[in-house]
Design a protein. Structure first.
Length: 295
């Protein structure tokens, strides 16, 4: 059974339609109903489309991803119309949430085939743990654990339920957090500040889960040649439109050419993640010593 929280974009539209404070004027409601109708078509087409899956069939996989990207471009072109772009600003997350939901459609079948109970979608991932009791007397009764979490746009991983108690105590603490095997940050465009932030997040994940993969997916790029990409801790950066960012007001000029989202970039993204998920992660000192090289 598919959990409703994976439909990030659809939930965003529903929240706006059911809101009591913002977007309650006639123009907003009209626009949201128009968008919701197109969204439902996009969602149903994606759910009806099966694959790619774990077994590699290049011809079939490429064909499936081309279909997914084709209907994504159709929906994005509709949503990116000037009237919608100007009415719903970046803080609304209406436009940025499309990519997050697309990640679910792209990976849903390969993840379900590996394990139907796997975590997929937005996550509240483990970042750190510390213990804070008000006195030693309280400390011996229960751990008073504080779990720091980090939200990620899209993750493939596991959810963990941990029960903690002090020896001899009958008081239990239960904590729940996610551990991503793959974390994907989705951006409309990627600039230097964003790259620094995601690099820090990637480093934090890998300190706790060294096997984790961290990927950035953006439509446009806002970086210059002066950026040293090698110093950042992300595993890969995908620019789906193979295009530099242009301010929104220039995208609606008659002479502006907007690249589509390219299916070959999406296929590379999918295949990178699939190979990672189905590969052997064996590592460590003893394993490396057997080979004669440790990293």
């Amino acid at each position: 059974m598919i959990k409703n929280n994976v439909f990030v974009h659809g939930n965003n539209i529903s929240q706006k339609l059911n809101g009591k404070v913002k977007y309650i004027d006639a123009q907003s409601i009209e626009f949201l109903n128009e968008i919701n109708e197109k969204y439902q078509d996009w969602k149903n087409e994606n759910l009806a489309l099966i694959g790619p899956e774990c077994k590699i069939d290049l011809e079939k996989d490429i064909e499936t991803i081309k279909k997914r990207v084709c209907i994504l471009n159709e929906y994005k072109d509709f949503l990116d119309q000037q009237k919608y772009a100007e009415h719903f600003d970046s803080r609304s997350n209406l436009h940025s949430s499309v990519l997050e939901e697309f990640m679910f459609y792209l990976f849903k079948d390969v993840v379900a085939e590996i394990n139907p109970n796997a975590l997929i979608g937005k996550s509240h991932s483990f970042k750190d743990i510390f213990f804070r009791s008000s006195s030693y007397g309280k400390m011996v009764e229960r751990p008073y654990a504080i779990i720091e979490k980090k939200d990620h746009d899209f993750s493939i991983g596991i959810s963990v339920s941990a029960n903690m108690k002090c020896n001899g105590s009958i008081v239990d603490e239960n904590h729940i957090w996610d551990i991503p095997a793959v974390a994907i940050e989705c951006k409309t465009y990627l600039d230097k500040t964003m790259l620094q932030d995601v690099s820090t997040a990637a480093e934090e994940i890998k300190l706790k889960n060294p096997n984790a993969m961290y990927i950035v997916v953006a439509e446009w790029l806002k970086l210059t040649e002066s950026i040293n990409l090698k110093k950042y801790k992300v595993d890969q950066i995908y620019v789906l439109r193979k295009q530099k960012n242009t301010d929104r007001e220039f995208r609606y000029l008659d002479d502006y050419i907007k690249n589509p989202i390219y299916d070959d970039v999406v296929f590379h993204l999918f295949n990178t993640v699939r190979e990672f998920l189905i590969s052997d992660w064996e590592s460590g000192v003893n394993y490396g010593l057997h080979n004669g090289y440790l990293l």
